[in-house]
Structures are given as structure tokens and as C-alpha cells.
Design a protein around this ligand. Structure first.
Ligand code: UDP
Ligand code: MG
Length: 313
């Protein structure tokens, strides 16, 4: 018998939780027939929900005190923190991370389990095929993000990979041991290495509730990923700065030589203003990039906890 821990981050998901438990238990039961192979351990993380999410978790815990556990945050800390808190609490030999909205099909679990048990993988991730009903703009932005980040970062970020994955204890312990405050899971899971394979599946509609991501948040998340796993923007800033510096030296030489030979031209002031604005713009751009990294350093050096647990069981 192997214990399999399921980490489930939940933010305002009162409707999904019972549905999730029912569906996943069925899959676990099917894995245990005819021979018992796995015992489940559910770790629900309530990410500061304002609805009855915690109540649903408590009810599940009361009816299944051995297998269902929960941790509830003091406020909303975001999915990355919820994942970290969930992983910290797991005790199973295998650990899965799953969304509660059933967009991560539990039916894949037996296949993922078999890949780890029989093929010796440390981690089985999942890739979602093109999202149905996703806008063209979103699809374009997301594919551009993966193209850019894979070009400039040292770790490979699998395009359209979900957080849904099954991992061995060793893999999870390594992930937990990374102390960083700014957590971009997609990067961390890939950075730690180990033998990883991916399964592909058709995207699923949400079982209940609505998504918590809007375009602005997705954009911020992409920037986070790039800043956390690449210093290419810093190199870009250096390059842009150097090139504009060299160009302005040539410009100055030109102006001086012209003043000495044919005489100065007062009429040139509009172009001068344009150049000043151009260089000023580049400087602000580079300062902005620098600021992003300094902000990250600032957040890391404060050594604040990634989350605060209000109650757990
Ligand atoms: N989630 C969370 N904290 C948040 C936002 C989301 O724990 O601040 C959880 C949410 O309850 C769900 C999972 O993260 O289980 C994925 O969220 P969602 O379904 O909104 O994202 P999508 O599937 O649309 O990418
Ligand atoms: Mg979802």
C-alpha cells in the first residue's frame, strides 16, 4: 500500500469541494480494485476564502478524520502560497497537486501512478491541449510567453503545462527545501530536475464556480516567471543603454566637427529634444527593469513567511 497525498488549493470553491471529493474518491477506489494499492490523504488548503469553503472542508474532515485534512490561511495569499503550504503538510510516499474545480481530470491518476511505479519517473506532469473557448488574444499571449521565457531562461518551462502533477517524496522534499519567497512553481518544478514526463489531455470546463485569473493577473504572473528565472532583461537593459551611449558619442562628435567646420546650426533644436527624450526614455526603461529585480530582492530579504495558517486539522 502506498500513501498518496493530494494537495488541493481552494479559493472560494464551496460548490466544487464536495464534488471534487466524490469524483476523486471514485478514482482512488478504482485503483484499489481488485488489489488495494493506495491510501489517499487529502490536504485541502483554504486560501483565505470569503465563502463557505472552510465549512465544507471541516465537514469533510469530520466525516473522514483519517484521510481529509485542511489548512486555512489568515487571508488570500495566492495559489503559489497555497501549494507551498499544502506540500509542507503532506506525509505520503507520493504527492499529487490538483485544482479543486476538476479541470485536472482525476482519471489520469492511475496512469500517472503507473508511470512512477513501473517506469521509474520522479514526476509526471500534465499538459493541457489548446483551451476550447479561449480567446485568440489569450492563446497568442500565452504562446508568446512560453516562447520568450524558454528563449531567455535557463530552465525549460513546458508550454501549457498545468500545475497538476504526481511526484515522489524525494521530489517534493527537494521542492519544499527551496526557501524562496517569490515562488513560480512552473519554474521551480523544472529547476529541481529529476526524471519528469508529461501526459497530454483535452481541456475540461470548470465543474463549478468561476476562474480567478484575469488578463492583468496572467500578465503579472508571466513577468514574475521571467524575472524569477532569467536575468536576460537586465542584460537587455545593459545592451540598450550601451548602444544608445555609443550612438550619442557619435552624434556629439558629428555636432562638434560640424561646428568647427561649417558652423553651428541653431535650427537643430527639435532633433535635439527628440534625442534627449529618446535617451531619457531608454534610461527610465532600464531603471524600471532594475527596479523589478530590486523589488524581488527586497521581498526576499524581508524573510516574511509565504503564508499564515489561521487554523488546521
Ligand atoms: N486558487 C487559489 N488561490 C487563488 C486563486 C486560485 O488557491 O488566489 C485555486 C483555485 O481555487 C483553484 C486553482 O487555484 O483550485 C486554480 O484556479 P482557477 O481555476 O481559478 O484557475 P484556472 O484553472 O482558470 O487557470
Ligand atoms: Mg480552473
Amino acid at each position: 500500500m502506498k500513501k498518496i497525498s493530494l494537495v488541493v488549493p481552494c479559493y472560494n470553491e464551496e460548490e466544487s469541494i464536495p464534488l471534487f471529493y466524490r469524483t476523486v474518491s471514485k478514482v482512488i477506489d478504482s485503483m484499489n480494485t481488485p488489489t488495494p494499492t493506495v491510501t489517499p490523504e487529502y490536504i485541502f488548503v483554504d486560501d483565505g476564502s470569503s465563502d463557505h469553503t472552510l465549512k465544507e472542508m471541516k465537514e469533510l474532515h469530520q466525516s473522514h478524520p483519517e484521510t481529509v485534512h485542511y489548512r486555512s490561511f489568515s487571508r488570500n495569499f495566492g495559489k503559489e502560497s497555497a501549494l507551498a503550504a499544502g506540500l509542507q503538510a503532506t506525509t505520503g510516499e507520493l504527492v499529487a497537486v490538483m485544482d479543486v474545480d476538476l479541470q485536472d481530470p482525476p482519471e489520469l491518476l492511475p496512469k500517472m501512478f503507473a508511470l512512477i511505479e513501473n517506469e521509474g519517473y520522479d514526476c509526471v506532469g500534465t499538459i493541457q491541449k489548446e483551451r476550447r473557448g479561449q480567446s485568440k488574444l489569450r492563446a497568442f499571449l500565452s504562446s508568446s510567453f512560453y516562447r520568450v521565457i524558454n528563449k531567455i531562461s535557463d530552465v525549460r518551462i513546458e508550454p501549457n503545462a498545468r500545475d497538476y502533477r504526481l511526484m515522489t517524496r524525494q521530489f517534493v522534499d527537494t521542492v519544499i527545501s527551496l526557501p524562496e519567497f517569490n515562488r513560480f512553481s512552473k519554474g521551480i518544478f523544472s529547476w529541481v530536475g529529476f526524471k519528469t514526463t508529461y501526459l497530454t489531455y483535452e481541456s475540461q470546463p470548470r465543474a463549478a464556480g468561476t476562474t480567478h485569473w484575469n488578463l492583468r493577473q496572467l500578465f503579472a504572473y508571466s513577468i514574475e516567471g521571467i524575472i524569477d528565472f532569467s536575468n536576460a532583461p537586465l542584460r537587455l537593459a545593459t545592451w540598450v543603454g550601451s548602444i544608445s551611449f555609443i550612438l550619442s558619442i557619435f552624434g556629439l562628435l558629428f555636432v562638434i566637427i560640424r561646428a568647427l567646420t561649417v558652423g553651428g546650426a541653431v535650427a537643430g533644436w527639435p532633433s535635439l529634444v527628440a534625442i534627449m527624450l529618446f535617451i531619457g526614455g531608454i534610461q527610465l526603461f532600464c531603471l524600471g527593469i532594475l527596479g523589478q529585480y530590486i523589488n524581488k530582492i527586497y521581498l526576499e530579504t524581508k524573510h516574511r513567511p509565504k503564508y499564515i495558517v489561521r487554523e488546521e486539522k
